[in-house]
Write a protein of this length. Structure first.
Length: 547
C-alpha cells in the first residue's frame, strides 16, 4: 500500500467543464450531518487530551478539502516523553491478570457497537469512504476485540513441555510482554489498522505508543478514548502526531517492538531501523492482488464479488483486487455483467448509507490513479467503465474503472495503484494463470472463483499469497481472525490475527526446573559411566516415542 505520510489535502474544486462520467450520485438525505456537526471544538479537545505536541498541525476531509481540526504536532522530544510515560505505566498493566486485561477488550466491543455512529462519521469525514465501507472497519475491530477478549488467556497461559529427562526436568514456557510497542498506522483504515492492531499488543501486557496518520488521527484518538472508557489505564496508550518522516523514525528509535502498515519502500526503512536496534518488527506492506475467475465460476456472483473486491474504499485497501484474470470462455459474459454493475455504482459524500463508493483520500492518490489510467489508454488499453475524475461530486472523486487490454510496460500492469482501478486479463490454462498471478514481487491477498470447492482449494494452495479467498474477494479470510493474515514476498513480515497476531507482541521465556539429579555425573558415576547412562536413556526415550 502507499506511504503512511499524511496525504496532501484536497485543494481542487468542482468544474462544470470537466467531463461527467456515467456513475450516478447518491442524494444527500434531508437533515444529514455535516463536518461542523461532528467535529466540534469540544470533541477535538476531548480526543486530544494527553497528546503531547508543542507544534500545531491540521487534518482535512477529502469530501471537500476543508479543514476538519487543528491538532497537536509532536516533536522528537515529545515522542521520547510519550515512551517514558508508557514505560512507567507498563509494569503495573503487565501485572494485571490477563482476564482483567481481556475484560477491557470485551467492554470496548460493546461500547464500539453501541456508539458506532460516532466513529462512522469520523471515518467518513477523514477518509472519504462510503458509510458501508466504513462499517467494515467497525466489524473488523469488533471481531478482533471479541476474539482476543475471549482467547487471550489461552494464547498467553504458561505451557508445559517435555523436559530433557522426563519426570526429572520440568519445563514451562512463559509469555512475557515486550514492553512498549511502537505502532505506525496508515490513513486508509484508520480504525481497524490503528486500534485493531493495538488490541493484541495491549491485552498481552504491553504499553503502546501509536503514530496514526495526521489526516485520519481523529478516528484513532476516538478509539483510544473509548478504550480508556472501557477500563484501559490512559498512560498505557500514548499517541503522537506529526509528519511520517519526522515522527516515524523516532517511534522506531524508542520502541521495544514495531508494528507498521504502509508501503514496501517505507517498510524497508522501518525494518532497517528496527534491525539496527535488534528489536522485532511486523510489516504489512504493498500488494498487487489477483482475482481468478475460472471457467466454471458462477458469473453473476463473480461479477458482484468483483465490484466489492475491486472498489471497496475506492480501492484504497491493501488486500483489494487490482488484477482480474478471467477464463476466455466466459470473459465476454462476465465483463458485460461486471461493467454494468460498476457503471451503476452510486458516488456520494453524505454521512449516511446509500452511496456505493466514496472519494480518494488525497491528491497524490488521485494523481497516481489518473496517471495509470491515462498512460494505459494512450498505450492501447480500453476503458470498459469509468476512466474519469468526478469533481462534480468532490475534488478527489474518480469513477470505478475497468481496463481491458492492459500489458507491459503500462505502469498499471505492475505498479500498485491503490485506487478504484482494475485491469482485466484473459486466460485459457490454469497452470498459466497461476504462474501469471504469482509473477509479481507482492503476495498479500488473492481470490479464486469456481463452483468446485476442491478445485478452488487446489488452485489456492498454488498461489503465493498470505490469504486466499474462494468465492469472495477479501472479507472471508480477513474476518476469520482465528487464522493468521499477512503477506509473502515484498508484502511484508509477520502476521496479524490468531495466535501469531498476539504472540508476536511477547517474548517466549523457558523456565526449566531440574529435579533429583543434575544433567552431569552424579551418584558416584564417573564421566564414562555417566555417558553410558545417558546413551542408554536416549535409546529408551526414542523407543518410547518421547519427543
Amino acid at each position: 500500500m502507499t506511504d503512511t505520510q499524511a496525504p496532501a489535502p484536497a485543494t481542487g474544486t468542482a468544474s462544470s467543464s470537466t467531463p461527467r462520467g456515467t456513475n450516478p450520485v447518491a442524494p444527500v438525505p434531508d437533515g444529514a450531518r455535516t463536518a461542523a456537526d461532528v467535529v466540534t471544538p469540544e470533541v477535538v479537545a476531548q480526543l486530544t487530551r494527553g497528546v503531547r505536541g508543542s507544534g500545531r498541525t491540521a487534518n482535512h476531509t477529502p469530501f471537500t478539502g476543508e479543514r476538519l481540526a487543528e491538532l497537536p504536532e509532536s516533536t522528537p522530544e515529545d515522542v521520547a516523553e510519550a515512551f517514558a510515560r508508557a514505560r512507567a505505566a507498563q509494569p503495573a498493566w503487565a501485572a494485571t491478570p490477563v482476564r482483567r486485561r481481556a475484560a477491557v477488550l470485551l467492554r470496548f466491543h460493546d461500547l464500539l457497537l453501541e456508539r458506532q455512529a460516532e466513529v462512522l462519521d469520523l471515518i467518513q469525514l477523514e477518509t472519504g469512504k462510503a458509510r458501508l465501507h466504513a462499517h467494515e472497519e467497525v466489524q473488523a475491530v469488533a471481531i478482533a476485540s471479541r476474539h482476543y477478549g475471549r482467547r487471550a488467556s489461552a494464547y498467553l497461559k504458561p505451557k508445559r513441555h517435555t523436559g530433557a529427562v522426563p519426570t526429572l526436568t520440568k519445563v514451562t514456557e512463559l509469555r512475557q510482554p515486550r514492553g512498549v510497542v511502537g505502532q505506525i498506522a496508515p490513513w486508509n483504515y484508520p480504525l481497524e489498522l490503528s486500534v485493531g492492531d493495538a488490541l493484541p499488543a495491549l491485552v498481552s501486557g504491553n504499553a503502546l505508543v501509536m503514530k496514526p496518520d495526521t489526516e485520519t488521527a481523529l478516528t484513532a484518538l476516538w478509539a483510544r478514548d473509548l478504550l480508556i472508557e472501557a477500563g484501559l489505564p490512559a498512560e498505557v496508550f500514548q499517541v503522537v502526531l506529526g509528519e511520517g518522516p519526522v515522527v516515524g523514525p523516532e517511534v522506531v528509535k524508542h520502541a521495544d517492538y514495531v508494528s507498521f502498515t504502509g508501503s514496501t519502500r517505507t517498510g524497508r526503512e522501518v525494518a532497517r531501523g528496527a534491525a539496527a536496534r535488534l528489536v522485532g518488527v511486523s510489516l504489512e506492506l504493498g500488494g498487487k492482488n489477483a482475482m481468478l475467475v475460472l471457467r466454471d465460476a458462477d458469473i453473476e456472483k463473480a461479477a458482484a464479488g468483483a465490484v466489492r473486491a475491486c472498489f471497496s474504499s475506492a480501492g484504497q485497501l491493501c488486500i483489494s483486487i487490482e488484477r482480474l484474470y478471467v477464463h476466455e470462455s466466459i470473459a465476454d459474459a462476465f465483463l458485460e455483467r461486471f461493467a454494468a454493475r460498476t457503471k451503476a455504482m452510486r458516488l456520494g459524500t453524505a454521512l449516511a448509507y446509500g452511496a456505493d463508493m466514496g472519494s480518494l483520500v488525497g491528491e497524490r492518490q488521485l494523481e497516481t490513479v489518473t496517471r495509470h489510467v491515462d498512460e494505459a489508454v494512450a498505450k492501447g488499453a480500453k476503458v470498459l467503465a469509468g476512466g474519469v475524475a468526478r469533481p462534480d461530486v468532490g475534488p478527489l472523486f474518480y469513477e470505478p474503472t475497468i481496463l481491458d487490454g492492459v500489458q507491459e510496460p503500462m505502469s498499471v500492469c505492475t505498479e500498485e495503484t491503490f485506487g478504484p482501478v482494475v485491469s482485466v486479463y484473459r486466460f485459457t490454462d490454469e497452470d498459466e494463470v497461476v504462474e501469471r498471478a504469482n509473477s509479481t514481487p507482492y503476495g498479500l491477498n488473492a481470490s479464486v472463483w469456481t463452483k468446485d470447492g476442491r478445485r478452488g482449494h487446489a488452485v489456492a494452495a498454488r498461489l503465493r499469497a498470505g490469504t486466499v479467498n474462494i468465492n469472495e474477494g477479501y472479507a472471508s479470510a480477513y474476518g476469520s481472525v482465528q487464522a493468521p493474515m499477512g503477506g509473502m514476498k515484498d508484502s511484508g513480515l509477520g502476521r496479524r490475527h490468531g495466535s501469531e497476531g498476539i504472540l508476536k507482541y511477547t517474548e517466549a521465556q523457558t523456565v526449566a526446573h531440574q529435579r533429583v539429579m543434575p544433567l552431569a555425573p552424579s551418584f558416584g558415576m564417573d564421566d564414562e559411566k555417566y555417558a553410558a547412562f545417558m546413551s542408554r536413556s536416549l535409546r529408551l526415550m526414542k523407543s518410547l516415542r518421547l519427543r
